[in-house]
Ligand binder design. Structure first.
Ligand code: IVH
Length: 689
C-alpha cells in the first residue's frame, strides 16, 4: 500500500474533522455545504478503493451496525445525579447564602452560569489511541447508576468528535483517557422536520424536542438517528474514575471547547448575587431565539475544591442548583372538543379553548392526542385547564384546574363511535391508541389527501388551498386527486362560494385570472418527478425520503406496483411494516384505478434508477460472520444484482471477504492470502459507488 494514499486519506480526514468542528462545534462554518459534501465524497471514494485503510474514527464511519438485542447496561464511573431546583429569586438567595455559609466568611466565591438545556444527559468515554483519543462509549443516564450503551447512535451526532488528535488534547490539557458529560438536544428546526416526516407517514408526533431527542437516541437504527439532527453540549470533564479533571468548572468548559466539543456559548463566570439574577433574566429573554430548548439556568460553584467541601445531599450536589423558568402556562376554559379526521383516517380530538395569551402567542386550540389522553385528564367540556406550551412548541393541556374561581365543567365528552364526517365505522388496531375511519372515500380524508397532494413538498400546486379544494369537493367536481387533472379554466372559475345561510352563491371564489394560474400550476405539476407522485399518493409510512428511495430503486411506477413484499424490503430503510403497507396499497383495486387515471393524465411514472456499480462485474465475494443489518440472503442478493458473485470459500481468486461479527476461519484465510476484507459499511460503499 502506498504511503502517499494513506497520508492523503488521513489529511482529508483531518480537514473534514476541522470543518465538522467549525460547523457543528462552533456553529461557524467556513466552507459551503456543497464543498463539505465534495470533501466527504472524495474521502468515501478513496476509502472504497482502499477499504483496508478504513478506520472506525473516519468521518465516513458515523453510521454503523445496529445493536441486535437492545442496549447493553453499563455502570457509570460515578452516579449521574440530578439538580435541586429553585423557582424564584428568594429561593436562589437562600441557596447562595447556604453556599457562602459553608464556604466560610472570607471565601472568595465564584459561580459559573450555564443554560439548562432541555434534553437528556449523556456520558461519553474517550480512550487513548495511537494518534490521540477515540470515542469508546456513549451511555445514557439510565437510573443514574447504570446507563445504556448507545454508542452506535451517539457516533452519528456530528458535534460528537469520533477522535481527538494529540495536538488538540495537548492544547486542551486533556489526557487520552477521559469522560465527558453533557446534554443531547434536538434543535427546534430538526424537531419540526421530524414531526412533519412522522405525520406524513401517519405516525404520531413527538410532544416536544426533549422527548424527540430521547426517543431518537434509543432508536435501534443508527441510520435513522443519523438523519435527525441531534447536538451534544459538553459540561463536565472527568477522569475515567469519575473525578473532576480541572480545578475550576470554567476551566473545564474551555478545555472541552478546545478539544472540539460544542460547549454552550452563553456560559459566564459570575461573582455577585445581583449579577446572577441579571444573567437569569437575560437568559429568559433570549429563550425564544436560541433554536433549541432551555428550561432554566444552572448555577455551579466554580472551584472544585469548594465543590468538594460542599458535597452532596442524597441525590444532588450542594454546589449547583437549577433555576427553573416558570413554565409558559395559562389557565383557560375548554369550550368544546372536536374530532378531526386526518389524511390516513386518524381521529384526533382537539380542545377548542377560550383564547389565552401564553408566552407571547395566542392559544385557541390544543390537541388532546387520543381518547386515552382525555380519560387520563378526566376532562369534561366546560372545565378550566392548565395549558403549557410544552417545550415552547405545541400547546399541551397539562391538567384540569379546580378551585372556587374555576368550577368543573358538566358535559362529558363521548368519543364518537363512527366517523364524525362520513359516519363510517371506526377501528382501533391492536397495540395502537388511535382510532381510524375505515372509509377510504371519507370526504375528510379526501380533503386532507388533496391538500397533501397539492402541498409544496409534494406536487407544489400553488392556489389549491383549503377553501378552493373544499369547494371543488362540495360541488362534486373533484372526487379524487386524479380529477384535478380534468379541470379546465372555466370549471375552476365557476366555483362559487355558497353562503350556507342564504344559499345564494353569488360570490365567485376564484376569478378567471386565478383560475388560469391554478390550471397552469396543475399542468406544470405533471412534470414533477416520480418520487413526488409516490409521496402524493399518501401510502401509509411512505414519507418524502422513502418515496425517493423507492423511485431510485425501482425506476418506475410499474416496477414498484409489481414488487412483492420481499423485494420491497430489500430497499434500504424499508422494513416489513412499510413493505406491507406499500403492498396493501397496490393490492387495493381502487388505488390501482386511481394510479391508472394519473398515468392517463400524463404524470411522470418513471425515474432514473440508481446507477448500479459495474465495478462489481465479475468480482467474487465471500461472506463470513454475522453482519449488523443485512442477512446473508440480503447481502448476497445485493452483490448479485450489482453483477458480483458470491462464493462459499476463500481462495486467491476471491476479491473481497465481507466480514461481520464472529467471523471465523474464512477471515483468517483471507488475511493469510492477502484478500481485501471489508465490513458491511464497506460493502455498501462498494455497492453505491
Ligand atoms: S449539571 C450533578 N449542567 O439537567 C450535576 N445539567 O436537573 C447535574 N442539564 O440531569 C448536571 N443543562 O440532564 C448540568 N448545563 C447543565 C445542564 C444540565 C441541562 C440537565 C441534565 C441533568 C438535569 C438536572
Amino acid at each position: 500500500m502506498s504511503k502517499a494514499v494513506e497520508k492523503q486519506i488521513e489529511d482529508l480526514r483531518e480537514t473534514i474533522r476541522h470543518h465538522e468542528y467549525l460547523y457543528y462545534g462552533l456553529d461557524a462554518p467556513e466552507i459551503s455545504d456543497a464543498d463539505f459534501d465534495l470533501l466527504m465524497r472524495e474521502l468515501k471514494s478513496l476509502e472504497a478503493e482502499h477499504p483496508e485503510l478504513i478506520t472506525p474514527d473516519s468521518p465516513t464511519q458515523r453510521v454503523g451496525g445496529k445493536p441486535k438485542e437492545g442496549f447493553a447496561k453499563v455502570a457509570h464511573s460515578r452516579p449521574m445525579l440530578s439538580l435541586d431546583n429553585v423557582n424564584s429569586e428568594d429561593e436562589l438567595r437562600d441557596w447562595d447564602r447556604r453556599v457562602r455559609e459553608a464556604a466560610g466568611a472570607n471565601a472568595d466565591i465564584g459561580y459559573v452560569c450555564e443554560y439548562k438545556l432541555d434534553g437528556l444527559s449523556m456520558a461519553l468515554h474517550y480512550e487513548q489511541s495511537s494518534s490521540g483519543s477515540v470515542l469508546a462509549r456513549g451511555l445514557t443516564r439510565g437510573d443514574g447508576t447504570i446507563g445504556e450503551d448507545v454508542t452506535g447512535n451517539v457516533r452519528t451526532i456530528r458535534s460528537v468528535p469520533l477522535s481527538i488528535s494529540a495536538t488538540r488534547l495537548k492544547k486542551a490539557k486533556l489526557p487520552g483517557n477521559f469522560e465527558v458529560r453533557g446534554e443531547v438536544v434536538m434543535p427546534i428546526k430538526a424537531f419540526f422536520k421530524m414531526n412533519e416526516e412522522r405525520e406524513s407517514q401517519g405516525l404520531s408526533a413527538a410532544a416536544n424536542p426533549r422527548n424527540a431527542a430521547a426517543g431518537t437516541i434509543r432508536t435501534l437504527e443508527p441510520n435513522i438517528v443519523a438523519q435527525r439532527r441531534l447536538d451534544f453540549y459538553g459540561y463536565f470533564a472527568l477522569t475515567p474514575d469519575g473525578v473532576n479533571l480541572f480545578e475550576e468548572q470554567s476551566e473545564a468548559l474551555e478545555a472541552l471547547s478546545d478539544a472540539g466539543f460544542r460547549v454552550n456559548p452563553h456560559r459566564e463566570a459570575i461573582k455577585s448575587f445581583d449579577k446572577l439574577m441579571e444573567y437569569i433574566n437575560r437568559a429568559e429573554e433570549k429563550r425564544n431565539d436560541l433554536g433549541y430548548e432551555i428550561d432554566g439556568v444552572v448555577v455551579k460553584v466554580d472551584s472544585a475544591q469548594l465543590q468538594r467541601r460542599l458535597g452532596y445531599t442524597g441525590r444532588a450536589p450542594r454546589w449547583a442548583v437549577a433555576y427553573k423558568f416558570t413554565a409558559r402556562a395559562g389557565v383557560t376554559q375548554v369550550e368544546d372538543v372536536r374530532v378531526q379526521v386526518g389524511r390516513t383516517g386518524k381521529l384526533t380530538p382537539v380542545a377548542v379553548l377560550t383564547p389565552v395569551q401564553i408566552g407571547g402567542t395566542t392559544v385557541g386550540r390544543a390537541t388532546l392526542h387520543n381518547a386515552d389522553e382525555i380519560e387520563r385528564l378526566g376532562l369534561l367540556i366546560g372545565d378550566y385547564v392548565s395549558v403549557e406550551r410544552g417545550g415552547d412548541v405545541i400547546p399541551k393541556i397539562v391538567s384540569v384546574v379546580e378551585d372556587k374561581d374555576h368550577p368543573r365543567g358538566h358535559k362529558k365528552f363521548h368519543f364518537p363511535t363512527h366517523c364524525p364526517v362520513c359516519g363510517s365505522d371506526i377501528v382501533k388496531t391492536e397495540g395502537e391508541v388511535d382510532y381510524r375511519c375505515v372509509n377510504i372515500d371519507c370526504p375528510a380524508r379526501l380533503l386532507e389527501s388533496l391538500l397533501h397532494f397539492a402541498s409544496r413538498k409534494v406536487m407544489n400546486i400553488e392556489g389549491l388551498g383549503e377553501a378552493v379544494v373544499t369547494q371543488l369537493l362540495e360541488s362534486g367536481r373533484v372526487r379524487s386527486i386524479a380529477d384535478l387533472y380534468h379541470l379546465d379554466v372555466e370549471t375552476l372559475a365557476a366555483e362559487k362560494k355558497t353562503d350556507k345561510k342564504t344559499s345564494t352563491g353569488k360570490d365567485i371564489l376564484v376569478g378567471e385570472l386565478v383560475a388560469r394560474q391554478i390550471f397552469a400550476e396543475i399542468e406544470q405539476s405533471k412534470k414533477n418527478p416520480l418520487h413526488r407522485v409516490l409521496f402524493g399518493l399518501g401510502i401509509r409510512f411512505v414519507g418524502e425520503r422513502t418515496a425517493q428511495l423507492l423511485a431510485e430503486e425501482f425506476g418506475s411506477m410499474d416496477a414498484l406496483m409489481a414488487a412483492p413484499v420481499e423485494e420491497l424490503e430489500r430497499v434500504n430503510e424499508v422494513g416489513p411494516r412499510v413493505a406491507q403497507a406499500i403492498r396493501e396499497f397496490f393490492d387495493e383495486e381502487k388505488n390501482v384505478a386511481l394510479v391508472e387515471k394519473l398515468r392517463k393524465a400524463g404524470l411522470t411514472f418513471t425515474a432514473e434508477k440508481r446507477r448500479k456499480s459495474s465495478e462489481l462485474e465479475g468480482l467474487t465475494f465471500v461472506l463470513t460472520g454475522t453482519l449488523p443489518n443485512l442477512s446473508r440472503e440480503d447481502a448476497k442478493a445485493k452483490i448479485e444484482s450489482a453483477g458480483g458473485r458470491v462464493s462459499g470459500s476463500v481462495s486467491k481468486k476471491t476479491n473481497y471477504v465481507v466480514a461481520g461479527e464472529e467471523a471465523g476461519s474464512k477471515l483468517d484465510k483471507a488475511r493469510d492470502l492477502g484478500v481485501k476484507v471489508v465490513d458491511e459499511a464497506g460493502l455498501l460503499d462498494l455497492l453505491t459507488k
